[in-house]
Design a protein around this ligand. Sequence first.
Ligand SMILES: Nc1ncnc2c1ncn2[C@@H]1O[C@H](COP(=O)(O)OP(=O)(O)OP(=O)(O)O)[C@@H](O)[C@H]1O
Ligand SMILES: [Mg+2]
Length: 411
Amino acid sequence: MDKITLIKGISMTPVATLESITNLSSYLAALNLDNKQSVLSTENVNGKLKRTYNQTEAVAATGAHARKITALCKELDIDFTRFDKSWQIDIDDVLKLRKACSQEELFQNQSKLPIYCVSNLKGGAGKTTITVTLASGLAIEIPKGYRVGVLDLDPQGTSTAMLKPNFSDDDLSIGDLLMENFELSEGETFSDLCKEAFYETNIPNFRVMCSRPEDRQHEFYVKMRENEAEEAGESYNAYTAMEKIIDSVKDDFDILFIDTSPYFSAMTLAGHYVATSLIVPIRPSENDQDSSEKYVKFLADMYSLLMGMGHKGYDNVKVMLSGIRRSSVSQVRIAQNIRMACNKSRDFQHIYTHEFIESDAVTNCAEDYCTVYDYSASEYPASKASLKLAQNEYRLIINEIELECCELWGI
Ligand SMILES: Nc1ncnc2c1ncn2[C@@H]1O[C@H](COP(=O)(O)OP(=O)(O)OP(=O)(O)O)[C@@H](O)[C@H]1O
Ligand SMILES: [Mg+2]
């Protein structure tokens, strides 16, 4: 007891401080690895299990007739007995059934690619949760089979951890592409590499370009390239490299989402440059409202910069109320005040009609590197009612986004 008190009372030497922090870092890394190992499977490309459906859920997801779905599965060679339960299929089978049941061709965007940048420098505003939930929901919940991608521009890699938790040092990150940290094999083009770096997930038509902590070096890389260019009497723009990446993959996607970091960087600016719409998540608390007000002011300054760089204008710039607890009187009041403020313009809609509510299902799913759309209620280990409520609520926002996209595509 005495010894512990004694050690706790003594301040550390610089060397001991460094050792202590290094140890702490390795304990946390080991904990993280343990978590991942207990949750992840080696079966799928991103380490996550595919969503499964029981018969009732499959009927709802595919539009197949309840009495005919079993026969249809047999016809399509779908083995609904291969899992533990008497009738269960996975997301790949759902897509097959959708295709068989639908008269319509699957959607393939032929015109403009909507790119949603989820943007707020306030940490914890809900950027990543909104990005991964809405993107996976658009891919999985809408029978049109939209091809959706997420570009993780935050070196914290939170979207990466949710969508490709088995992302490794051998894989390509957005930073590798931007900093030309790669070697092309014979016959391979930069465009091929960009396509390759959008990794598959456990959802068939949903891919992710990942990010890692080392991507922070992009900031220094940009400074270095700017200096070199200046000395040579030329100019260097970080956003042109980002544009090249988007150009390489634009035919492979119908909708893209960009997750951003809670600090401003050359990568953030480039992300805002290539985006065609902004979603600004704001949590309904006085603190968040205050910092978001400052952020939107900053956004106006940043946009002046983007205009100077030749940006053609956004299709939409809208606030999304995030993490709102409907049972909290003060949160609902603050949310209403934000709504009133955003509704002042007669020409533009500045706020999404539906709210990204707070949900226990979000936090429960996140523990397993999942979004609420990675599970069906029948396989979800916690409150099924909570999962269904979250899925239904977020689907309303997904529908709003789909509507915006359809307006853009002119359909
Ligand atoms: N609707 C929600 N319901 C429950 N928890 C939520 C919800 N939205 C976000 N959270 C939780 O709040 C925390 C912060 O959310 P998130 O990581 O999405 O914010 P962020 O803006 O991306 O943060 P950062 O600025 O660090 O990138 C996370 O733990 C997340 O699980
Ligand atoms: Mg984030």
